[in-house]
Design a protein around this ligand. Structure first.
Ligand SMILES: NC(=O)c1ccc[n+]([C@@H]2O[C@H](COP(=O)([O-])OP(=O)(O)OC[C@H]3O[C@@H](n4cnc5c(N)ncnc54)[C@H](OP(=O)(O)O)[C@@H]3O)[C@@H](O)[C@H]2O)c1
Length: 314
């Protein structure tokens, strides 16, 4: 029998998963099921199917994925495509077999074409070629999104498809190999300011524009969709404003008190020229971000300084 309250949150130790868990708990949802990668490797189909059959959650939130920056995506496109397809195939099909009622599939704004008109609307999906630097990841996300929609249609497993812009915030890793753009910038400029560095070299030209949303705002949007939406249509989730990477770097540098120069290595790729979401649909159901970019940068810097202080000095 399906337990009517329980939610299996896949990827609860990631930045998005942690935020969704915090928000679910703050709303009084106690029945949240989680498994670490060591307890349940989502690449293991048999283990995932068995777990879902045993746990029989009412809802599954898929916030687990292989995620990475431009360099990781360029170097290992096969791995990004394979792992993300495998994780979502196992979770979505296994959930249907286990009688799960609702699937929340976390997508990404990278599903939209490289030359997409801006701001990008939900209907622009599959209207042109993808950005080559993260095509493998984007193809997997498009397949997962369609799968969620098809399983809704064919099997009646309700699907929800939030598509977030670039996220940052509480619980992100500051490890340069794993961190997201904003945390990486915070670390670089706080460290450079403390070391009195004369220059910081940034990848690309700085001209690419990106939209940033604090992960707590994303969690609010996902919970709002769980309350108000019952169709598997895409809902873009963002603040609806973008900023160039150059401007962002300058903002972070100023907030960190960095006095040195900023240099741009234009031999490195910029990725997609612009990525700004049209967020009118999510706004129409009542979503409004609560954390401004300036406030978010301040919070992330505070968190990094705390993390740094708590680490043994090397
Ligand atoms: N961050 C963004 O800017 C952004 C933007 C748009 C969409 N999203 C979407 O949001 C979702 C979560 O992203 P995130 O930023 O939270 O990523 P993240 O911080 O890298 O977290 C991903 C989580 O997935 C888990 N995971 C990966 N492979 C696994 C496996 N084989 N078995 C079990 N667990 C596995 C990881 O476990 P470990 O902790 O063991 O590594 C980690 O906890 C992704 O679907 C991503 O596409 C993110």
């Amino acid at each position: 029998m399906t337990n009517n309250q329980s939610i299996f949150l896949a990827g609860h130790r990631g930045m998005v998963g942690r935020a969704i868990e915090r928000h679910l708990r703050s709303l009084g949802h106690g029945d949240i099921l989680t498994r670490t990668r060591q307890e349940l490797d989502l690449l293991d189909q048999k283990a995932v199917f068995e777990y879902l059959q045993h746990a029989k959650p009412h809802t599954v939130i898929l916030a687990a994925a292989r995620v990475g920056g431009i360099e990781a995506n360029r170097a290992e496109p096969a791995q990004f495509l394979y792992e993300n397809l495998a994780i979502q195939n196992h979770i979505i099909h296994g959930s249907m077999l286990a009688g799960v009622k609702r699937m929340v599939f976390l997508g990404s704004s990278c599903i939209y074409p490289r030359e997409c008109p801006q701001p990008m609307k939900e209907e622009h999906l599959l209207s042109g070629p993808l950005e080559p630097t993260n095509e493998g990841y984007a193809l997997a996300k498009i397949a997962g999104l369609r799968m969620t929609q098809y399983y809704h249609k064919q099997y009646g497993m309700q699907g929800l498809c939030p598509m977030p812009c670039n996220l940052y915030g509480t619980g992100d890793s500051f490890d340069p190999q794993r961190s997201h753009v904003l945390s990486a910038l915070v670390r670089r400029f706080v460290d450079a300011a403390e070391a009195g560095a004369e220059k910081v070299v940034m990848w690309g030209t700085g001209s690419a524009k990106r939209e940033f949303l604090h992960v707590d705002d994303l969690a609010r949007a996902v919970l709002l969709m769980m309350e108000k939406v019952d169709s598997p249509e895409i809902f873009n989730v963002g603040c609806g404003e973008d900023i160039s990477i150059r401007e962002l770097a300058e903002k972070v540098a100023a907030a960190a008190g960095y006095q040195g120069r900023l240099e741009w290595d234009s031999s490195k790729p910029d990725g997609m020229p612009r990525k700004c979401l049209d967020v009118s649909k999510i706004k129409a159901i009542g979503f409004e971000p609560q954390i401004s970019l300036d406030e978010g940068i301040r919070l992330t810097m505070e968190e990094y300084r705390q993390v740094k202080q708590s680490q043994p000095q090397g």
